[in-house]
Design a protein around this ligand. Structure first.
Ligand code: FAD
Length: 449
């Protein structure tokens, strides 16, 4: 029975950065992935990441270059359902070759001393007679037990460890907090008009509770996909994509390179990212931007914070949740607060129909600047002037304005709650009940039962 200081389940962006951080401090880290090493990093994704994430990771991870870099981006275009209004939100970023990027991350982890066990499925945690995992070696079809002081669940949305143990608090991911997506990489027959802009199309008719995107991978290759909210009987994103996105003249005579589906949690982070001997990072911790679904950057940043906290816990020889709590404090006051605010906005946004979205965008209730501020986690103000109120004639539109205003207030409150995350585990229950109240207020404002 092999024993390690730390076992990390999953070698995606979250697992690899966490593993590298801890191994660099000299600890014995084992990272397990079901994929063969050569396929690690290959994932259905929009492949877009903001440059600011690499600025935040300066000295830890360099930006993509060479074959890893498919394209550079200077702005995101947000397009209204009637396509009459386009918000161009400036922001530098990259379209990456996800596979090569993932390979770099895993190689850097191995270079730092991490033991990678690839082609091994983690089946479940061991909770009696030690703390560890049962794995199935897919190459040899054998089972094995691995023991560690700390387990890190970086297994993505399906969270193989978190879902198989009882955490010390309740937080169940609701289907409404998940997006189901279908994505294709396509070569176009003609060149793109603008190769530096990512395009996001809002449409509640064709992408209910989500959006579709067209991201330029180069002069004539795009990464395009569609996501819908995972409500009961939701529509199939692949069918919607093929019916409503591929009919764009842009795709005429285009060639499919590859296609596939994926899921992404679009909500606030899990209430506590740690338990005794356990750390959650990346999609397993719900560390994705609830509005646009970007999770590569936050998963890597969280990996570094988690890694530093784990190092300190191992040095103290105390792996209790109390000893690991600092990861919660650091994450929640930064990206966690931003996620929580945007999560409330998501709830309202998902209720808006195409008419609401067209109105809201054409009359600039929110401007490009507001969206930029919101995406950076800053406060934004709604411009609900008398003129806008006149334009928003009719009960329904005025009530939408009121909802917007009220939700914006709750967003401010919840961000402040996350910035003042409880200093110790025993205060978490009380904090959760305040957060639950805020959600209930927002559901009430939005008329959701
Ligand atoms: C369609 C789609 C589009 C997206 N577009 C973007 C985008 O443009 N930009 C962006 O920033 N984010 C995007 N995201 C989100 C982003 O991909 C994730 O947030 C990010 O990859 C999270 O990384 P992770 O390491 O937590 O999980 P993952 O990348 O999912 O890695 C988890 C790893 O765990 C392994 N694993 C899982 N279960 C087991 C098990 N039982 N045993 C062993 N190994 C296991 C998997 O093989 C995998 O390698 C998108 C997601 C989807 C689905």
């Amino acid at each position: 029975m092999a024993t390690f200081d730390v076992i990390i389940v999953g070698s995606g962006t979250a697992g690899s950065l966490t593993a590298k951080t801890i191994a660099k401090a000299g600890f014995n880290v084992c990272m397990i992935d079901q994929k063969p090493r050569i396929n690690i990093g290959d994932k259905v994704c929009g492949d877009a990441i903001g440059q600011h994430h690499f600025e935040d990771l300066s000295g830890i991870l360099g930006p993509p270059k060479g074959e890893e870099l498919e394209n550079t981006i200077t702005a995101i275009e947000l397009i209204s359902p009637d396509k009459e209004t386009v918000f161009t939100v400036p922001g530098d970023g990259f379209i990456i070759n996800r596979h090569l990027f993932g390979q770099r991350l895993v190689n850097e982890a191995i270079d730092a001393g991490v033991t990678l066990i690839d082609e091994a499925l983690v089946l479940e945690p061991i909770t009696d007679n030690g703390w560890g995992v049962h794995i199935k070696n897919l190459k040899e079809n054998t089972k094995q037990k691995l023991i560690a002081s700390i387990i890190i669940d970086a297994s993505g949305f399906h969270a193989v460890i978190r879902n198989k143990i009882k955490m010390f608090y309740d937080d169940k991911i609701q289907p409404t907090e998940v997006e189901v997506c279908y994505r294709e990489i396509r070569d176009l027959n003609s060149g793109l008009e603008n190769t530096q802009h990512c395009k996001i199309y809002l449409t509640s008719s064709f992408a209910p509770g989500g959006y579709y995107w067209i991201f330029p991978e180069g002069d004539s290759r795009v990464n395009s996909g569609l996501g819908v909210q995972m409500i009961p009987d939701h529509k199939n994103p692949k069918t919607l994509f093929q019916t409503h996105v591929l009919n764009d003249p842009l795709f005429e005579n285009s060639t499919l390179i590859k296609g596939g589906g994926g899921v992404v949690p679009t909500r606030r982070p899990i209430y506590s990212l740690v338990d005794d001997g356990l750390v959650l990072v990346g999609d397993s911790a719900c560390q994705v931007n609830p509005i646009h679904g970007g999770g590569i950057g936050p998963s890597m940043q969280a990996g570094v914070i988690a890694g530093k906290t784990v190092i300190s816990a191992l040095e103290k020889e105390d792996t209790s949740k109390k000893s690991l709590w600092n990861y919660n404090l650091e994450y929640m006051k930064g990206y966690g607060a931003k996620q929580a605010g945007l999560d409330l906005f998501r709830i309202l946004l998902q209720l808006m129909d195409d008419q609401d979205l067209n109105y809201g965008m054409s009359h600039k209730i929110m401007t490009e600047e507001d969206i930029l501020n919101a995406s950076l986690g800053k406060e934004f103000k709604l411009r609900i002037t008398d003129k806008i109120k006149r334009v928003f004639r009719g009960i329904r539109k005025l009530s939408l304005l009121n909802k917007l205003r009220k939700v914006a207030k709750e967003m401010k409150t919840i961000k402040s709650m996350y910035r003042n995350f409880p200093k110790s585990p025993d205060k978490l229950d009380n904090w959760i009940s305040h957060i639950t109240n805020i959600y209930q207020n927002v559901y009430q404002i939005c008329g959701i039962d």
